[in-house]
Design a protein around this ligand. Structure first.
Ligand code: UD1
Length: 362
């Protein structure tokens, strides 16, 4: 039977008999991956995770089970290992779509270890795309980033804004991966892809059973804020206060991680239900609102009633001054909108940090 028909039939079976559709989530124990697994399971999908645990912890699976009541299938596999991935997909026949999170994401580390980033991020994507054809997998949702826009000429930034030369190997891998997907899909009309350009995901699941788990000293703002509030770090360094913004600190579009996770469920359903308008679609996932570093610190302190000792220091090399999304296309075409307020999101980040500390005390 033709692949198209097979998938349509699988979808019909799913909607009529509630037979779960199988989805592979690479990097499913990571920060955004784990929140997406929860949303997929709650939407009735059967989730298969592969992750090499290079930047996550196996205990995340227990958190997922606590929330959903279901333990996803998990295997410790490095996505750059073609043979292991091939074996996994043969063992779990019938996977219909991939959500590909597995990638390295520390901008600074990517400057020091570019080949590690090109191998992890580019080779793993090539493997998934090749295996999709062999295993008759219809669609792939890809985690891209607003980093591809660099400093946009116009704000808010829309999907049609030109991509700028990447400032780091990490950023470059996202651009290269987007290009690889587009070239591959255009050469093979059987495959579909939705590329999601994330702005700055923050916060944790409201249950505080899963959240962000940075290895060592955090690079990103929110884990550094929560660890400073918790007394694990002495002081937060605010990188620069002489930017051309109202308070001089950088502006970003901070999006709740559960809101972000929900967009992946919609994207997968859209591909499987053949609702995509093009074989490759690109969406900005942001709130449409920019907040400065100082606004984040002040709001965090206010809603959580806790101090975040901080000090202004020099700019961090490679930082973009300001960027926030125009999410209209995602709002209208996907029917998805970021709903959580930044206040509730920052509360969830603090609740998660406190939960981590409680666990560490035991
Ligand atoms: C960047 C990338 C993003 C990528 C992410 C991966 C851009 C626009 N964004 O996010 O695509 O996915 O890295 O890690 O390139 N800050 C401080 N003190 C800190 C930490 C951060 O002041 O200790 C400030 C930064 O200067 C920045 C803001 O907080 O203005 C957010 O920083 P961060 O959380 O690291 O994210 P981005 O750099 O925006």
């Amino acid at each position: 039977m033709e692949i198209k028909k097979k998938i349509k039939q699988a979808w019909n079976n799913f909607t009529s008999s509630n037979e779960p559709i199988k989805i592979l989530v690479t990097g499913g124990t990571g920060y955004i991956g784990s929140h997406t697994v929860v949303e997929l399971q709650q939407a009735g999908f059967e989730v298969f995770i592969v992750d090499n645990l290079s930047n996550s912890n196996i205990e995340v699976l227990n958190g997922i089970e606590k929330i959903t009541g279901k333990m996803p299938v998990f295997e410790n596999i490095d996505c750059t290992d073609y043979v292991a991935m091939d074996r996994f997909l043969s063992k779990h026949e019938g996977i219909q779509a991939i959500i590909h999170f597995a990638a390295s994401k520390a901008v600074g580390e990517s400057v020091e270890k570019p080949l590690l980033y090109y191998r992890n991020n580019v080779v793993s994507l090539i493997n998934q795309l090749e295996l999709m054809s062999t295993h008759h997998i219809k669609g792939i949702v890809f985690s891209s980033s607003c980093t591809v826009y660099g400093q946009p000429d116009q704000l808010p930034v829309t999907e049609s804004a030109p991509r700028k030369t990447a400032l780091s190997p990490y950023g470059n891998t996202k651009q290269i991966c987007e290009d690889i997907i587009m070239d591959t899909i255009y050469s093979n009309s059987q495959l579909k892809s939705i590329i999601l350009r994330y702005f700055n995901p923050i916060g944790a699941h409201p249950s505080a059973h899963i959240g962000e788990l940075p290895n060592g000293v955090p690079n990103n703002l929110i884990p550094f804020v929560t660890q400073t509030a918790a007394g694990i770090r002495e002081q937060l360094k605010v990188f620069g206060s002489d930017y051309n913004t109202p308070d001089g600190t950088c502006i970003r579009d901070y999006i709740n991680v559960v809101d972000l996770a929900k967009a992946h469920v919609i994207a997968v359903e859209r591909m499987l239900q053949e609702k995509t308008k093009k074989n490759v679609e690109i969406f900005n996932l942001g709130t449409g609102r920019g907040l400065s570093v100082m606004e984040i610190i002040k709001t965090f302190e206010k809603v959580n009633k806790v101090a975040v000792p901080h000090q202004i220091v020099d700019r961090r090399e490679g930082d973009i001054e300001q960027v926030w999304a125009d999410p209209t296309f995602a709002n209208e075409e996907l029917g998805w909108k970021a709903k959580e307020s930044v206040e509730d999101t920052l509360k969830s980040a603090w609740k998660w940090q406190k939960n981590l500390m409680k666990k560490a005390e035991k």
